[in-house]
Design a protein around this ligand. Sequence first.
Ligand SMILES: C[S@@+](CC[C@H](N)C(=O)[O-])C[C@H]1O[C@@H](n2cnc3c(N)ncnc32)[C@H](O)[C@@H]1O
Length: 256
Amino acid sequence: MTDAVSGDTFYDLPGVSEEYLRRRSQTGHPNDLMEEPYVRELMGPVTGRSFLDLGCGDARFGRALLDEGAERYVGVDASRRLLEHAPPATDRLRVQHATLRDWRPEPGSADVVTARMVLHYLPDLGDLLERVRSALRPGGAFVLSVEHPTLTSCYDLADQEDFPRSWLVRDYFRPGPRPLHWLGGTVVKHHRSIEDYLTCLEGAGLRLAALREGRPRNGTLDEETLRARQHVPMYLIVKAVLPADRAGAAQSWTVP
Ligand SMILES: C[S@@+](CC[C@H](N)C(=O)[O-])C[C@H]1O[C@@H](n2cnc3c(N)ncnc32)[C@H](O)[C@@H]1O
């Protein structure tokens, strides 16, 4: 694991952001078919709502949300190279260069906080989720998506060439770092079980509202891809809400 780097530096390694954006922009990208539709379903209506997007990448999500009538979008990301591709700042859209390890939110500023495909880069979620709670308005929602724990469990063991037929689930109940060779570099992703994620949310005073596993849907994939995608779940998507009576209340808890 000598040359493995953390998620907040990985995307600025030479060539990584270019390769990431090239793949992410391809028609039929799995995130577009099996992650974003569920994030949107759990988020609910967009019009007139204020969004905070953690690990926003090039903030393409913000552009779409504003086009659909969102009141405000703030994106946060650690990659300067990805943020260079974000839309220019306006009074309704802003991006912020920061690592989520020590970023601090504007309290009570968001109706919806999203964290799409970023939390598995963080070694600890406890303090961050406290900050998510403080960013939410009472009754607000937090929607997260991560690489599914059945994938992250064995990134350090899996044969990447033969995915998904040879996929193994091992060490599922051992949380912690899993280095993965990907996009021409090696990045450390952090595995947690589904239960670990839910325990973290509960500990931060956020109440579970819905959970999805990125089930591939008939009609969005050709038959062969649909069959392949039915082997292994790729995404875990969770919605948690800040109950109006719990806003600002500190909780006592332990983070997996
Ligand atoms: C897979 S991309 C997802 C981008 C975007 N949310 C999307 O779904 O298209 C992961 C993003 O997380 C960011 N990231 C990883 N670790 C981070 C950290 N500790 N703080 C802030 N951003 C981080 C990366 O720079 C990258 O933009």
